[in-house]
Ligand binder design. Structure first.
Ligand code: SDX
Length: 428
């Protein structure tokens, strides 16, 4: 198959549309000149058939259930890499040498503290504020403290902002949790790993020593790897669209956090655990599966289905294995995990789910693990945002560095009232 132009004929038009081919994956039809040639727009709400950009960062094959960061399969990165190395890979495109990794980890480690005045920012929130509301607010407010890294056309400032965001997002996440439980904020510890430092800031208290559990540290690092990036999903597209206007990186990441919060997206891990709790016992699963299939019922099985994966989400497979391991090693016997395993089995044998190619996604098992690790349900999406910040900032940099990038400005199919004249009040 060559890349012959696609001939579009009809409605009084005949145009040749260029076809572009990437290094792997579906070809694309270049419609950039379509409106000029036909006076028509394309129509694709939800962008189910639209490539919004060219990217070299993450590749997904939904039919095969494959996910690769810069060409490396997620299964291999999950088994052999660590989150700091994955952050470097996403940002710079190659795995770091030993020296490059040591310097990157040192740089990130030494940017984990927040401006001290930001501590007072938290006290403006109610103690029962959802931590995602705090994350949106505090991350957006970073632009008010780090003016020396908001000039997006300066490559050095872009990198400083990128490092600051990767380094400080765990500190902000842990502070959001500590504020919600009325415990003192815990400062970062430079002698801990990225995941270990986060666990320490989350769960240590001044009144006693806290030792990072290596099982939890390894599971945390793995969960960060699995959530780091995922092509042009809703929140990444939000970050790119916000960035296309020239907004500073802190504002763009805050916009991504806001989008991720939705239960159809990153909020699904919190919604999934709540759903497992509502199901409660294995015998109630058929009732909920029936509801998920009932068109008149808005209920959907949280943690199931995906816009791209029409096969197993490879992250869900790794997450399920990790759930088994963490629960066993922690000696946690969580009935919700039994419900999750049985729900997965029943759903995957149900014709409705088979026909619609609905499989467990990354959010299906993450909640069970995070609950076993001691995280409250409201923090689940915060952890997703923490990890995804590395992918968002890599995608943001790629967009800014793209010489062809311009402000994103979609059009519409207008079906409202055509032009009409104003009617005076006493004539209506
Ligand atoms: C993430 O995009 C990404 O990459 C996202 C993500 C990432 O890493 O960034 O992978 C993270 O967001 C994972 C998805 C988490 N969300 C959930 O688990 C929420 C539950 N899932 C659904 O809301 C849904 O599956 C979506 C939102 C994930 C995908 O929705 P789509 O692609 O718009 O598909 P659809 O809603 O059109 O569903 C197709 C059909 C529909 O039936 P019909 O109208 O064709 O009859 O499948 C049905 C849907 O009703 N369906 C479900 C279902 N998901 C889809 N039915 C029951 N339960 C479900 N979970």
């Amino acid at each position: 198959m060559s890349n012959d132009p696609l001939k579009l004929t009809g409605n009084g038009h005949e145009v040749d549309l260029p076809v572009m081919e990437g290094s792997v994956g579906p070809k694309v039809i270049d419609i950039r000149k379509l409106y000029a040639q036909t006076d028509m727009f394309t129509f694709d709400p939800g962008f189910t058939s639209t490539a919004s950009c060219e990217s070299k960062i993450t590749y997904i094959d939904g039919e095969k259930g494959e996910l690769q960061y810069r060409g490396y399969p997620i299964e291999q990165l999950a088994a052999d890499s660590d989150f700091m190395e994955v952050c470097y890979l996403l940002l710079f495109g190659e795995l770091p040498t030993k020296a490059e990794k040591e310097k990157f980890v040192w740089d990130i480690t030494h940017h984990t503290m927040l401006h001290e005045q930001l501590h007072r920012f938290f006290s403006g929130f109610r103690r029962d504020a959802h931590p995602m509301a705090i994350m949106v607010g505090v991350v957006g407010a970073l632009a008010a403290f780090y003016h020396d890294s908001t000039e997006i056309n300066d490559p050095h400032q872009r990198m400083v902002a990128s490092y600051r965001l990767i380094a400080k997002i765990p500190t902000i996440a842990a502070m959001a949790y500590k504020y919600s439980v009325g415990q003192p904020f815990v400062y970062p510890s430079n002698d801990l790993s990225y995941a270990g430092n986060f666990l320490n800031m989350m769960f240590s208290v001044p009144s006693e020593d806290y030792k990072v559990n290596p099982i939890l540290e390894e599971a945390m690092d793995l969960i960060f790897i699995l959530h780091a990036d995922h092509e042009q999903n809703a929140s990444t597209s939000t970050v790119r669209l916000a960035g296309s206007s020239g907004a500073n990186p802190f504002a763009c990441i805050a916009a991504g956090i806001a989008c991720l919060w939705g239960p159809a997206h990153g909020g699904a891990n919190e919604a999934c655990l709540n759903m497992l709790g509502e199901i409660g016992t294995v015998d109630r699963i058929p009732e909920f599966v029936a509801r998920a299939k009932d068109k008149s019922d808005p209920f959907r099985l949280m943690g199931f289905g995906h816009r791209v994966y029409k096969n197993f989400d490879p992250r869900a497979t790794v997450m399920r294995d990790t759930a088994h391991k963490v629960l066993k090693e922690l000696g946690v016997d969580d009935p919700l995990f039994d419900v999750a395993m049985e729900l997965e089995k029943i759903a995957l044998e149900d014709p409705y789910f088979i026909e619609k190619k609905l499989y467990p996604n990354v959010d299906f098992y993450s909640g069970v693990i995070l609950k076993a690790m001691g995280f409250p349900t409201e923090m689940f999406t915060v952890l997703f945002a923490l990890a995804r910040t590395s992918g968002w900032i890599a995608q943001w940099n790629e967009m800014i560095e793209d010489p062809t990038q311009k402000i994103g400005r979609p059009r519409q199919l207008f079906t409202g009232t055509p032009k009409r004249d104003y009617v005076e009040l006493d004539e209506r």
